[in-house]
Ligand binder design. Sequence first.
Ligand code: NAD
Length: 256
Amino acid sequence: FLGGKTAVVTGSNSGIGLGVAVELAKAGADLVLNSFTDAPEDHALAEKLAKEHGVKVRYIQADMSKGDECRALIEKAGTCDILVNNAGIQHVAPIPEFPVEKWDAIIAINLSSAFHTTAVALPMMRKAGWGRVINIASAHGLTASPYKSAYVAAKHGIVGLTKVTALETAKDAVTANAICPGYVLTPIVEKQIPDQMKATGMSREDVIEKVMLERQPSGKFATVEQMGGTAVFLCSAAADQITGTAISVDGGWTAL
Ligand code: NAD
């Protein structure tokens, strides 16, 4: 049902971004994939998805830590019916030791990039008479954990930006929603395990069971396919009046 629509997914050469892109392609959307790299694998991935799903797929390099590159990504895409702001990084450290450059990078990539892409995409959506903004926030957009100051601040920020985007587009056929995943086993989570081991002095198994999945009552990681399925639902007519919300896909984490 998304035939003829173009989805731009930031940070989509791995993890949740890629999972969301695949589900949107299965529903018929053309894709613009993105990351900060410009490797042969990135372009090969675009070709592979195009072949597998019979849709048009472009890979456009742009560094989401830089406002002008965020804006250029949407301009180069030329059309953007579905904008998925997904690019994100993490760093784990207590506030007094939190490196300032990591704070700045996390706020830029996880929060400000969505402001820049949305600013360029909204006029395109209004002109097309339909649009969807889907911000990949986090359970950490609704609740906090120690040692994740920048990440939690950025994710709460993007939930707020989602609400403002929804209000500013309420009279248009455009919606803006956040998806708040709990733990999904992707490279960003894999990379946190050694940091958490250092911060807590626990083993890998204990970090997974007692720190990560301890917060997730289901005791299971959520999957990238489930995030993609939620995005596809948000693009459906059933979701026309769903706007300004934060949808948790977290195995019950934020119900605790
Ligand atoms: P990931 O590390 O697999 O993917 C992150 C993506 O962002 C990659 O494609 C990477 O290339 C891209 N990226 C990083 N820096 C970039 C930059 N400067 N410019 C452009 N692209 C850049 O991680 P993921 O788990 O798939 O995370 C995707 C999103 O989901 C993030 O916003 C993350 O905060 C959020 N999230 C993840 C989880 C989880 O448990 N995995 C939970 C909640 C929220």
